[in-house]
Design a protein around this ligand. Sequence first.
Ligand code: AMP
Length: 645
Amino acid sequence: MTQKEQNETLTAQYKTSRQENPDPYDLNFSSALKQTKILVINCGSSSLKYSLFDTSNPVPLMEGLIEKIGTSASYHKIKSQKSEVKKEVEVPDFPKAFSDMEAALTDTSIGAIAAFNEIDAVGHRVVHGGDKFKNSAVITDDVIEKIRQCIPLAPLHNPYNLAGVEAMRNLLPDKGAVAVFDTAFHQNMPERAFLYAIARDIGEKYHVGENIRRYGFHGTNHNYVSLMAAAYLKRSVRELRIISCHLGNGASICAIDHGTSVDTSMGMTPLEGLVMGTRGGDIDPGVLIYLLNSGLGVKDIDNLLNKESGLKGLTGLSNDMREILAAADAGDARAKTAASLFCYRLRKYIAAYAAVLGGIDALIFTAGIGENSAAIRGRVCHGLDHIGLAISKEANERAKVQRGHIEEISAVGTQIKILVIAADEERMIARETLHALALRQTMPTPKTTRQIPILVTGCHVHLCEADFAVLFGEGKTLTKKHQQRQPQSFIAEETLSLAGPLGTIENVSVVAPFKRVTQVEISRTEEFKLGVDAPLRLSGDLDGAASITIVGPAGTVKLNNGVICARRHCHMSPQDALSYGIRDHDVVSVAASGSNKDVILRDVFVRVDPNYTLELHLDTDEAASAGLTEESTARIAAIQSRAFI
Ligand code: AMP
């Protein structure tokens, strides 16, 4: 076979592997290399929740909840494919809870497995990963230590999550285990969304660390429902702008731009944002100072904000929306106010996040209230027609969701889809566990760790032919100055200027060949200089991109939605991709060695095309901050996450 034929075969194989997939985001574990049993553990301060998944089975084999551990009222609820039971049991401590779980899972009358050792992997819910975890992590001593370091951020959760990790390490020492963080999905939020506008030196000055910032929670479910929505809409999540409303006893809303959380209402703690069962959400911090000055202690305020506010605080009745709505129907004035405040706050956030995203493709309701209350969904959407939201009264009232299913409740013919999706954190944790452990197996082997050339790109413009004619005059052509490594691409002799609201950049390179639409790529430094707000994007992904004026020798072009800050990425051919075991849109970490330091660049996006040559693209800012130049060396260190699209 000639090299050309070999290349064509590899390209065809590659394309086949990307053909339409009924489970594009692997929410039904279709990527599992073999049948795998995954135990998902959610260990709280006085409860142990567990679910056993089998990758070849669409529903969990068994789910259990041991509640009120350490009290005289403890009980164990078990739901298996064989039966459902609830029994009062004596569970004085966690070791007993774990041994009860093991006994239930292997009990021949209700259990799902003959021996505990049949479990292949364990996934743990961990509430707070701080800024240490952007992804789920295979549990090692180092990961445990980092989770421990996050305890001050979640003192009521992380210690118990860790107790669960330790207990399972003792019970199944030889099985892989993964920590899945509520905070991880939000770790790519831009600074403008996660910073609080308080003195930058507060951490140092008061010895409270550098931790004071927004982290966000419910990330596992926000991520899950966004993938469910994309699969339902038969579109890539990377094309969609989604607002997800997780309305349970705790509630948060998340703006998801092209698959990434770009803002969320919960903050450094789960107290910020929406009105919740016992938490009030947004409040003027001055109220707390006033209360402190009035003699309330820190513990009183903690109790007030966490346990006595929200629906419960407003009504003095209950934290349960069902009871609030029933009381409101019966004429209770406080209950009416509480329900109205709940909906008003949420409506405000939806409109704000529509502004953040520059439009919405889908609005999702999930968790207890979001899934079950047509009344709340109807009230929230009422009055949002000016941003294009229209709910179907009939579909809303009819909607009943089960796990794994979606109900569409938007009015027929409207652009923005309103969806009701059942929360399923456990399934997402099982999927993450599978992926994190599978990733370990697919780390590039030494023979594929070859060096990747680096291209450091300064500010540049890709032009469409029509804009080129306006800027340089009819009948002109681009003159090649410098051939680039990508065979079809060269830097032209011709240059342009960019004029932003706050500044101008001269002598900007034009990169050939012509594109379908004009696109300007700038770094964060240039963004600041020009005074524009360019989103971090891949080339060609211009929805919601910034605008600018391009000035050429023969004319100017006002470019709307064409300026991006290019996300770091690695070009490769299908042959390269196959040799690495990588697919288009996968995300990898790259190890690079500069003149004075070695760095790991995470979140490097892989772009595969038969016309590409292996090359890592960084912009001038990131190359400078990492101490890298085009003479530096780079290689793929790990596959970070799989695309599954
Ligand atoms: P979660 O935290 O997701 O389990 O949600 C629990 C909350 O969902 C409860 O506190 C209830 O307020 C709410 N909920 C469940 N069913 C309904 C319903 N049919 N109508 C209104 N709220 C409901």
